[in-house]
Write a protein that binds this ligand. Structure first.
Ligand SMILES: O=C(O)CCC(=O)C(=O)O
Length: 357
């Protein structure tokens, strides 16, 4: 292990290669200032004076138990069209499942490095990876985040490869959100005039799932860095459980300002991803968002990325083109879309250019 006199050059070795993560910088190295690798250029940072920030309650909060089905469906489709982001309450996922998954996130990251590093990239499986920042080899400035990424392939694989510290909770969260995911997809498809989700559409809309455990340790200078840089997700929908500490921001309707997404007890944050923007031929919008760490407290979040399978070819639904819509996106093999996303640093909404006509 490196000594306490950790110099800048050794930080990557300590954080990335030895697997201590940014959590190790705080807990073991007890750093008091942000290492230069994590300082983002001033023009990219969020500046309260130049980037307009809208506070609280801009993003719709939708009660999924509302008896007025027509109004409920209209609200979901409008939110997906205009905001790309919304929160849902009374969604049917028990509160204890949400609390347990948060506790499991802390449990995993609080383990010693010897345990966490077993899951580092290239060690076990490409479907199970622990690491720090999004794509450290490609990034000009690193993200203040450690993460565990678990792509669900089968129950057997999960049983044998997923870490015991969070395996059961991850599986429970995935299973408990199945019903609400299906319901949201049905509503969103009706909004496109598509009344049946057949086998092919099931695969395109929700054929695969990846769950991430994000851990943002408290950060000495959160204003100089990002927990997650500006990006849109590649999913159809993302179902995000966020901590009771705010830190998530999304681009507003006007495209000029940003809005915070305040934590709401028991709520899940839903956002449209690029795949749904492409399938809906631009009707539903994936939206740029980013997250910051907190100066005084650790923050965790647990997104489930609902996606097509890597073998699926995504493009605007035939029903929309048969109705005369001009395709805005070409047909793309989803595994190519994933590769392009993972092999580049996060850069706002640039990923979707890969599929533009
Ligand atoms: O931590 C958050 O609230 C957002 C996380 C996120 O955007 C991501 O993991 O892609």
């Amino acid at each position: 292990m490196l000594g306490p006199s950790l110099v800048q050059e050794n930080i990557n070795e300590f954080v990335q290669n030895q697997g201590y993560g940014v959590k190790g910088l705080v807990d073991i190295m007890k750093i008091k200032t942000l290492p230069t690798q994590y300082i983002h250029p001033i023009e990219e940072r969020f500046n309260i004076n130049t980037n307009k920030l809208k506070h609280n309650n801009c993003i719709p909060i939708i009660d999924m138990s509302s008896p007025n089905t027509e109004l409920l469906e209209k609200s979901v489709c409008e939110a997906a069209e205009k905001w790309g982001f919304f929160q849902i309450v009374n969604h049917g996922v028990p509160l204890e499942v949400l609390e347990e998954v948060k506790a499991a996130t802390y449990r995993f990251f609080e383990q010693p490095v010897e345990e966490k590093s077993k899951y580092m990239k290239g060690k076990l499986s490409k479907n199970v990876t622990y690491g720090s920042s999004f794509a450290p080899e490609m990034e000009k400035a690193l993200e203040w985040k450690d993460k565990l990424r678990l792509s669900f392939v089968s129950q057997e694989e999960a049983n044998s490869l997923w870490p015991t510290a969070c395996r059961n909770e991850a599986l429970k969260f995935l299973n408990s959100t199945q019903h609400i995911t299906q319901r949201l997809m049905e509503i969103l498809m009706r909004g496109l005039g598509i009344n049946e989700i057949d086998k092919r559409k099931t695969s395109l809309l929700m054929g695969a799932k990846t769950i991430n455990f994000n851990f943002y340790p408290k950060c000495p200078n959160p204003d100089l860095t990002f927990g997650v840089s500006r990006h849109s997700d590649i999913s159809t929908l993302t179902i995000l459980l966020q901590e009771d500490i705010s830190g998530l921001y999304a681009r507003s309707l006007d495209g000029e300002s940003w809005t915070d997404i305040p934590p709401v007890k028991g709520a899940l944050v839903i956002n449209v991803g690029d795949a749904l923007q492409i399938l809906s031929n631009g009707k539903y919008q994936s939206v740029e968002h980013w997250a910051v760490a907190n100066e005084h407290k650790d923050r965790v979040s647990v997104p489930i990325f609902v996606t097509p399978t890597p073998r699926d070819i995504i493009g605007p639904f035939e029903e929309l083109l048969e109705r005369g819509e001009t395709p805005l996106y070409k047909q793309v093999l989803f595994s190519d879309y994933i590769k392009n996303f993972l092999n580049n640093a996060l850069d706002g909404k640039a990923t979707i250019d890969f599929a533009k006509v």
